[in-house]
Design a binder for this molecule. Structure first.
Ligand SMILES: NC(=O)C1=CN([C@@H]2O[C@H](COP(=O)(O)OP(=O)(O)OC[C@H]3O[C@@H](n4cnc5c(N)ncnc54)[C@H](OP(=O)(O)O)[C@@H]3O)[C@@H](O)[C@H]2O)C=CC1
Ligand SMILES: O=CC(=O)O
Length: 323
């Protein structure tokens, strides 16, 4: 009987995914009490057919000489920690988990929009600190309307379209978007208008970042971009921290150049204890949790494991990243 392919998991997965995995592969899981160092990882990758490596940066040097290795699977849709072309040159496929998280991430982004606009996080802290002492708080704590305003989506892709759906059908918003190419379906369904970034920044009440991090999108929102936004606008980042020049954003928020920011992702994660965001009122913060509902994380793990199994067996996984 042929032996099962061997795979390595850098982190645990739910029981359902493990049950499926054990039917097809033999596996080891990293002991979560120790950080996984590069040298350990290199030695492990030399001995396996595939690895689940969410959150670990892997370059060509790390997989060089790993002759048995056929696939690296990440349980995320973003793959900015990897270079799929370099990996392919070493004979290793990279897979990710698109589609299964789209609705869940769009929900969180809308939560950030609502919290930022209506100052929900700030007002929550206001009450918890015992500062609500009479009737309605003063107009200094009033927020902005969301319905029928203009939303600008930078990165109208799979998740961007789900955000557009909520914006149009739920809140009657006008929709602008910025991509390199047209998204005809979004234009037809949501009456979305494709515009240059500068136009999107100057016309939008809500600027939502949903682009992948790449050399082109790193610090796409810098000091100049922030200056183009309305002083009443809210910036929402559901993509990756480095899409914003965080220092420029902190300056803009401290000088009230924009109304506020609602952020799920940061240049450094977890956010350092002395980070200026921790004491700013005009920010809403969530800890990179866009896809993190129990059901969606289970679906992502399952999809990642299915990709891992297929790749380790020498078959073509569903979600091969082309780069
Ligand atoms: N906060 C969280 O927990 C999560 C964050 N994410 C992040 O969201 C990103 C998007 O995910 P998803 O919607 O599935 O990805 P998609 O690839 O479906 O969409 C990305 C969109 O961005 C556009 N885009 C890419 N590069 C550029 C560029 N240089 N300038 C302008 N537009 C660009 C693309 O259009 P075009 O090619 O035409 O330019 C595309 O429409 C992920 O890569 C990940 O980083 C995803 C899930 C959860
Ligand atoms: O950030 C999460 C992802 O899936 O990408």
């Amino acid at each position: 009987m042929l032996s099962k392919p061997k795979v390595f998991l850098a982190h645990p997965v739910p029981e359902s995914a493990l049950t499926y995995l054990s039917q097809h592969c033999s596996y080891t899981i990293w002991d979560q009490h120790k950080p996984l160092q590069k040298d350990d990882l290199r030695n492990i990758l030399k001995q396996v057919d595939g690895a689940l490596l969410t959150g670990h940066a892997v370059d060509a040097a790390l997989v060089e000489g790993c002759d048995q290795l056929k696939v690296i699977s990440t349980a995320t849709v973003g793959y900015d920690k990897f270079d799929p072309i370099e990996l392919a040159n070493e004979g290793v496929l990279l897979t990710n988990t698109p589609y299964v998280l789209d609705e869940t991430v769009a929900d969180l982004v809308f939560g950030l929009i609502l919290s930022g606009a209506r100052r929900i996080a700030e007002l929550h802290t206001h009450i918890q600190k015992g500062e609500w002492r009479k009737g309605t708080p003063s107009s200094a704590l009033f927020g902005q309307d969301v319905h029928e305003k203009t939303i600008g989506i930078v990165g109208m892709g799979r998740i961007g379209e789900k955000i557009a759906h909520r914006a149009k059908e739920g809140f009657g918003m006008n929709i602008l978007y910025h991509n390199r190419s047209h998204r005809p379906e979004a234009e037809k369904r949501y009456n979305a208008e494709k515009v240059e970034l500068d136009v999107l920044l100057s016309r939008s009440d809500f600027v939502v970042l949903m682009v992948p991090l790449s050399d082109e999108t790193k610090h796409l929102i810098d000091k100049e971009a922030l200056r183009k936004m309305k002083s009443t606008a809210l910036l929402i980042n559901g993509a990756r921290g480095n899409v914003i020049d965080e220092k420029a954003l902190i300056d803009a928020l401290q000088n009230n150049e924009i109304f506020g920011a609602a952020l799920d992702v940061f240049e450094t994660e977890p956010l350092p204890q002395d980070h200026p965001f921790l004491t700013m009122k005009n920010v809403t913060l969530t800890p990179h949790i866009g896809s993190a509902t129990a059901a969606t994380r289970e679906a992502m793990a399952m999809r990642a494991i299915e990709n891992l199994v297929a790749g380790a067996k020498g078959e073509t996984p569903t979600d091969v990243v082309k780069g």
